[in-house]
Design a protein around this ligand. Structure first.
Ligand SMILES: *[C@@H]1O[C@H](CO)[C@@H](O)[C@H](O)[C@H]1NC(C)=O
Ligand SMILES: *[C@@H]1O[C@H](CO)[C@@H](O)[C@H](O)[C@H]1NC(C)=O
Ligand SMILES: *[C@@H]1O[C@H](CO)[C@@H](O)[C@H](O)[C@H]1NC(C)=O
Length: 442
């Protein structure tokens, strides 16, 4: 954590005490909507932007996301001169209700972070938001978390401090200049009218000093916080834990679709789903938030490229699977080899135009079949559709890669590559499963 944030933590740590009680453990399942930020259903929807413009801004968000993740994975990786652009970093939004009486909140759903937090009043510094701030004093079920209690000690010791009345004060930074500081609390959180989706004692951050570097985007003003779905102990996923059988999944609809994507907790078993494949889920102790997979190679037609042995991707668990990054990110040499293979197998040349800021090829979609692109994860061959990996501009006959390389970045499997699959994270079984699915129907 930045020393500055730590100072803020000490400054703003004078509030009240309460008790925490654990939830009873029962198995339950429920499904909620995930709304892509650029979908017509999103409060951030801007109808004046063309698909190409949207894809282009997704590319630049992916870069800042990848830099952010790299910083958290390895603080020494990024030179100080690299500045992450001021970009709103969430891709999907979810709705929930908090407190008694329930207050509706709209937040970023993020598999790349852990804490659930909401902007609270009284606020020292908050990102501009349209709905009134959440006021814990108006919720009859809100309790603060004492600093010696379990939820507080689940925070890394650099992320917490004991307030003057023994309450848990947290500070959580996101690898760039974004952060949230506040009081750890417990309240009733409800994700839909489904009884299975009501939780009486969820721990969350009541943020009274928040800075999202992209909050200057006025369309952001519906956003009131973040729901961390990472693997760390305070994420929503971990808190629901045994109650959801330590499983969740999502099914993402194609770009521009009018349907919502779905986020399912306590998914039914995927074992008998047609075409399902599974690969080990790897969680590393130095970065407990991230979900890693092991990618052995990518084949295009009959040929294959493999991540190079003497690179950073040599480790077992060489790619993060993430829903908060649009583009797939690869380390430079592997990316270049992949581009060479695409040119060879598709018989295409790199185009001069690059409206999306990524590599585009001149490509005339005739009746000839598109070659098969397969991601070979350990134990799971995932066959990708054209639209998982490319954006095709029919008018310009341009086929643009939905992949980027970031010099300092950690490889990330982005959400475009996951569209059209049910992707299940089974933390108990230690695996991630992919099943080709029409997500508009499921
Ligand atoms: C609640 O969860 C159980 C267990 O997963 C499931 O059988 C039931 O259908 C769920 N109820 C609703 C209303 O979704
Ligand atoms: C759950 O959310 C619904 C809105 O979908 C709300 O009407 C209801 O009161 C909430 N239930 C609880 C127990 O807070
Ligand atoms: C989405 O809905 C709008 C209005 O209902 C319609 O004009 C548009 O064609 C739909 N788009 C898709 C991709 O179905």
């Amino acid at each position: 954590m930045e020393p500055l944030i730590f100072c803020f933590l000490i400054l703003y740590s004078s509030l009240f005490i309460a008790t925490f009680s654990g939830a009873t453990k029962t198995q339950r399942g429920f499904t909620i909507d995930l709304i892509h930020r650029d979908s017509p259903l999103s409060p951030f929807y801007n109808p004046s932007l063309t698909p190409t413009q949207l894809i282009k801004s997704a590319a630049s968000r992916s870069i800042s996301r990848s830099n952010r993740v790299s910083l958290l994975v390895d603080e020494n990786k990024l030179p100080n001169t690299i500045v992450t652009p001021d970009e709103f970093f969430g891709e999907y939004l979810m709705r929930y209700y908090i407190g008694t009486p329930p207050v509706e909140r709209f937040a970023i759903a993020d598999t790349g972070s852990d804490l659930i937090w909401v902007q609270c009043s009284p606020c020292k510094k908050c990102n501009p938001q349209k709905p009134p701030l959440f006021d814990p004093k108006k919720s009859s079920t809100f309790r603060t978390v004492p600093c010696d209690s379990q939820p507080c000690t689940l925070l890394h010791k650099n992320q917490r401090i004991c307030g003057t009345s023994g309450q848990c004060v947290y500070g959580y930074s996101y690898g760039d200049k974004s952060f949230t500081i506040g009081q750890l609390g417990v309240d009733l959180i409800n994700f839909s009218s489904n009884k299975n989706a009501t939780f009486h004692h969820l721990t969350f951050g009541c943020g009274f000093l928040n800075k999202e570097t992209a909050a200057t985007d006025t369309r952001m003003s519906q956003n009131t916080g973040l729901v961390g779905l990472g693997a760390g102990p305070l994420s929503l996923t971990s808190q629901l834990g045994d109650e959801i059988g330590r499983k969740f999944s999502y099914c993402l609809v194609p770009f521009g679709s009018n349907f919502t994507s779905k986020l399912k907790f306590g998914s039914e078993s995927m074992e008998n789903v047609k075409g399902v494949v599974s690969t080990p889920l790897i969680i590393k102790s130095n970065t407990p938030t991230y979900y890693y997979l092991n990618l052995e190679g990518i084949s295009v037609g009959m040929k294959m490229v493999k991540p190079s042995k003497n690179s950073a991707t040599n480790d077992y668990g060489n790619i993060i699977i993430d829903s908060g990054t649009a583009y797939t990110n690869f380390e430079e040499s592997f990316y270049n080899e992949f581009v060479t293979l695409v040119k060879e197998v598709l018989g295409v040349k790199v185009a001069k135009e690059n409206p999306t800021n990524t590599i585009c090829f001149k490509y005339y979609a005739k009746n000839n079949a598109f070659p098969k692109f397969v991601f070979h994860f350990t134990g799971a061959m995932v066959s990708m559709n054209r639209d998982n990996l490319f954006y095709y501009d029919h008018d310009e006959n341009l086929l643009c890669l939905l992949m980027k390389t970031t010099k300092f970045g950690v490889p990330i499997l982005g959400h475009q590559a996951q569209v059209g699959f049910r992707v299940e994270y089974d933390l108990q079984g230690g695996k991630v499963s992919f099943a080709p699915t029409d997500c508009t129907k499921n």
